[in-house]
Design a binder for this molecule. Structure first.
Ligand code: AMP
Ligand code: TRP
Length: 332
């Protein structure tokens, strides 16, 4: 069994990333270990440059993200953690797979439409971003892709691209499946609970960053927008409270009914305070580990070269098969 997921280094990582990403990476790393499989986690720096960014910031944040992946529980001995640009097969797969992806398919991607609206300069790379993502996944003969639900459309497109390539050139790729968490698959912005929590689209006050100090977390949760009424229940017409309940499940591992039962009859204010304390308890040990790991750049560099080596070896047979089947003359 092969697990693969990717995460962008730019933009400060937040509670939504933890819920849909980091937390699931650790769970699937354990699943792969039990099943005798392999897990790959990729820092997708090539994706990050599809929108406006600062080169110095990209460099720093690449190391930050590596440290955060380890601090949240990934084990570089058991999993392959690597930087996308270190494995040139990703950029090659992007070009080859673009030939079996249609303009119409890419034009329908809602993430492209949302991000394009927020950009002054809409790059061609932003448009073809899902092709690069399909290559990431398919190069490793991936079975499962742990992600948040915002990535569902990209995963479905990846499956279509893989099926089309297989039909045209012969069986080459495993058809991957997305894995979404039961709760917290889409954490919403605390200030605007109808929008997802996000570094680019959300509000500063409504976004809890994984490296936020306790005071900031308390302040953000205290001012979280709630709904009319006073019941602490997870219901469609209560987006604010439902989101806080989901955040609680992510922080404590409880189910939604367990959280509802524990806070039945209590007021919104007390509940928000308790959510803040649970999030702080979740993040404090992660932050302490992060600071320790991040302070050793030599070790981080070493981890990256080990990861790149493993990822190159794992993806080499697939990129070679792609070239062969597409009729390219290979160097001898
Ligand atoms: P990104 O930082 O955009 O590369 O996203 C990394 C991972 O976090 C992906 O699996 C996303 O689906 C997930 N993710 C991002 N925002 C949220 C959110 N608000 N709720 C749940 N998962 C999210
Ligand atoms: N597009 C994903 C995001 O924004 C990141 C990503 C890139 C990814 N390549 C991937 C996720 C491969 C899963 C698998 O969150």
């Amino acid at each position: 069994m092969r697990i693969f997921s990717g995460i962008q280094p730019t933009g400060a990582k937040h509670l939504g990333n933890y819920a849909g990403g980091f937390r699931q990476y650790v769970a699937t790393q354990d699943l792969a270990a039990r099943e005798g499989g392999e897990a790959f986690f990729c820092i997708v720096d090539l994706h990050s440059v599809s929108v406006e960014y600062d080169p110095a910031d990209l460099r720093e944040r690449t190391f930050d993200l590596l440290a955060l992946l380890v601090a949240t529980g990934l084990d570089p001995e058991r999993s392959t953690i690597f930087v996308q640009s270190h494995v040139t097969a990703h950029a090659e797969a992007n070009w080859l797979l673009a030939t079996v992806t249609s303009f119409g398919e890419l034009r329908r991607m809602t993430q492209f439409k949302d991000k394009a609206e927020a950009q002054e300069f809409v790059s061609a790379a932003l448009f073809t971003y899902p092709v690069l993502q399909a290559g990431d996944i398919l190069l490793y003969q991936t079975d499962l892709v742990p992600v948040g639900v915002d990535q569902r459309q990209h995963i479905e497109l990846t499956r279509d691209i893989a099926e089309r390539f297989n039909a045209r050139y012969g069986e080459t790729f495993t058809i991957p499946r997305g894995v979404y968490p039961e709760t917290g698959a889409r954490i919403q912005d605390l200030q605007e609970p109808e929008r997802k929590m996000s570094t680019t689209g959300g509000t500063e006050q409504g976004t809890v960053y994984l490296l936020d100090p306790p005071d900031a977390i308390r302040r953000k949760l205290k001012t979280a927008v709630t709904d009319s009424g006073r019941e602490i229940v997870h219901r469609e017409d209560k987006p604010g409270i439902s989101n806080l309940i989901e955040i609680m499940t992510v922080a404590t591992g409880e189910s939604i009914p367990e959280v509802e039962a524990r806070f039945a009859g209590q007021g919104y204010g007390a509940f928000k305070e308790q959510v803040a304390e649970a999030v702080i308890a979740l993040l404090e040990p992660i932050q302490a580990r992060f600071r320790e790991i991040r302070s050793d750049p030599g070790e981080l560099r070493r981890l990256l070269s080990v990861g790149a080596e493993k990822a190159r070896a794992a993806s080499a047979p697939t990129i070679e098969a792609m070239y062969e089947r597409m009729g390219f003359v290979r160097p001898s």
